[in-house]
Each structure stands twice: as structure tokens, then as C-alpha cells.
Design a protein around this ligand. Structure first.
Ligand code: NAP
Length: 275
């Protein structure tokens, strides 16, 4: 069997980077296509690429630019015939005034804790990166997922219920409408709720096709990355995962996926999350 292919979208740092590291060190047979919007600034990804030469390819893809997504898909189709696992990891959690928080970008207040912090520009920008981006990735890469060899997840004996590729959208528990008892984080919550709807829609459309693609949302827990750093002081130490621990949990979920589990959102421990 040919090497399983994993595409990690948003691989420059945080969980996306750790997914690449995990696959390269724990799944000896697999190859990785890592996408990020600025490969020249992705120092840790460059180190990983040097350590695993021949097994990882880095491509430029800003999910806010449809042309970038289309072009990256074109390049990938020239390189591989299929994708077995696609992980949509990129996201932004806006700081004050809806502005994007980037490493080394100076201090910004926590954002959108109340209505007065909301700006149209901030909401649109967050929705674009966190919900529209992964949907476009689904649009341009689903053909390759349909050609996946089923290298991840569990396959039932009956052919009719087997899957080809798996698409995982990294959501956040705060995107659950049913679970929202606290409010705040307007655009981030809205973007993840919209992403969850995209997951459900994709699971229906790609679950009708043959071969079928599994599509799920997963919540990684609260993880020690740049994204959630401003909020870590409120998180008990035993509830703050390293990226390594979180990805280990999420890959256990991926390994147990099948067509019966498609179209749902899962917490890091594998339990189902309410929409
Ligand atoms: N950390 C947590 O506690 C937590 C909790 C719940 C859910 N999540 C989710 O987990 C996922 C990963 O987050 P993380 O914690 O790893 O965050 P992170 O360390 O801040 O990484 C965010 C990633 O998104 C990329 N990105 C942002 N905008 C992009 C764009 N337009 N195009 C392409 N890439 C873009 C960043 O690339 P650059 O390097 O170019 O900026 C970076 O690689 C996200 O979906 C997040 O919502 C995280």
C-alpha cells in the first residue's frame, strides 16, 4: 500500500505544527503536506522539514485567499493522487478591537469579552479565517479525500460503509451553542459555530458520495499555545494541555473514526459535544 498522505492546514505553530511532528515521529509510513500562510516565518516548521527530509512538503496557503487555496490544491494534485487525512487547524482569536493577535505583535487587551469590544471588521475577519477558510479547503481538497485509501480511522467489514479520507476541523467548545452559558468572545464563538455547521454540511454531502469521506469537528481542550495564552491565568494547571498531550488525544479520536461517527463534534476525550 502507498504511504498515507496527511495534509495539515495551519502548520506554522501550535497544534498544526504538533500534528506534523506527531505524524512524522509516530506514523512512520505517512507523508505530510504542511500548509501555512508564511513559510519563510515558520522557523519550527523549517526545522521539522530538515529533520524529516523527503517526508514533509511545505506549501504556502493563506486560507483567507481563495486563490491561494485553489493554487495549493492544484500543486498538491500534481504531487500526490490522494489525501487520507486532512486537518484544518488554522484559526484566530481576536484581541482588542477584533484585531488579530500574532506572536511578537505587542501587547493587546483580551478581546470581545463584551458587546462594546465588537467591531464589524473584527467579526468578518474572524469568520473568514475560522469558518470560510476551512470550508474553502473542503471545497478544493475534497476530491483528493475521496481518493484516500482509508489509511486512518476504523474500517467496517462491509464495503458500503467504508470511508476513503477523513477531514477534521479543529473547533472549540465555546462554539457550542448548547454549551454556552457564559457569553463573550462573540466572533470566535460565532466562527466556530459556523465551522461546526460547515462540518455537518460537508459530512452530508461527502457522505453521500462514493467513496465516502468522514468529516468531524474536534475540540482540543485548552492548550498551551499563542492563541489562548492571554487566558491561561484563569485555567487550572491540570486543565492546560501541552500541544503534545492534546494532539495525542485528538489522534486517538481520529484512529477510532468511521462513517457512523461522521458529522459530529467531539471533545478531546472522545465524548460527543452538543451543537
Ligand atoms: N489553544 C487552545 O486552547 C485552543 C482551544 C480550542 C480550540 N483551539 C483551536 O485549535 C486550532 C489551533 O490553534 P492553536 O492553539 O494551535 O493556535 P496558534 O498557536 O495561535 O496557531 C494558529 C495557527 O493559525 C494560522 N493562521 C491564522 N490565520 C491564518 C490564515 N489566514 N491562513 C493560514 N493560517 C492561518 C497561524 O499561522 P501564522 O503563524 O502565519 O500566524 C498559526 O499556524 C484553532 O482552530 C483553534 O481555534 C485552540
Amino acid at each position: 500500500m502507498a504511504a498515507p498522505v496527511v495534509l495539515v492546514q495551519g502548520a506554522s505553530r501550535g497544534l498544526g505544527l504538533q500534528f506534523c511532528r506527531h505524524i512524522l515521529t509516530r506514523r512512520a509510513a505517512a507523508v505530510v503536506i504542511a500548509t501555512c500562510r508564511s513559510p519563510e516565518d515558520a522557523a519550527e516548521l523549517r526545522v521539522l522539514t530538515a529533520q524529516h527530509a523527503g517526508r514533509i512538503t511545505v506549501l504556502r496557503m493563506d486560507v483567507n485567499r481563495e486563490d491561494d487555496v485553489r493554487r495549493a490544491a492544484h500543486t498538491v494534485r500534481d504531487t500526490v493522487t490522494r489525501i487520507d487525512l486532512l486537518l484544518n487547524a488554522a484559526a484566530t482569536l481576536p484581541a482588542e478591537g477584533g484585531r488579530e493577535r500574532r506572536p511578537g505583535g505587542g501587547r493587546l487587551r483580551e478581546g470581545e469579552t463584551s458587546l462594546r469590544d465588537v467591531t464589524a471588521e473584527g467579526v468578518i475577519s474572524t469568520l473568514t479565517t475560522n469558518a470560510v477558510g476551512p470550508l474553502l479547503v473542503g471545497k478544493y481538497f475534497s476530491g483528493l479525500l475521496q481518493k484516500g485509501g482509508g489509511g486512518f480511522g476504523q474500517q467496517p467489514a462491509e464495503r458500503a460503509r467504508q470511508h476513503s479520507g477523513i477531514m477534521v476541523n479543529i473547533t472549540a467548545k465555546v462554539g457550542s451553542i448548547g454549551d454556552n452559558g457564559l457569553g463573550g468572545w462573540y466572533s470566535y464563538r460565532m466562527s466556530k459555530a459556523a465551522l461546526n455547521m460547515a462540518t455537518r454540511n460537508l459530512s452530508i454531502e461527502l457522505g453521500r458520495s462514493r467513496p465516502k469521506v468522514v468529516c468531524v469537528s474536534v475540540h482540543p481542550g485548552t492548550v498551551d499555545t499563542d492563541l489562548s495564552r492571554p487566558y491561561h491565568k484563569n485555567v487550572p494547571k491540570d486543565k492546560l494541555f501541552s500541544a503534545e498531550v492534546s494532539v495525542n488525544h485528538l489522534m486517538s479520536i481520529v484512529d477510532a473514526l468511521n462513517m457512523e461517527k461522521t458529522g459530529k463534534a467531539y471533545n478531546w476525550d472522545g465524548t460527543e459535544l452538543p451543537w
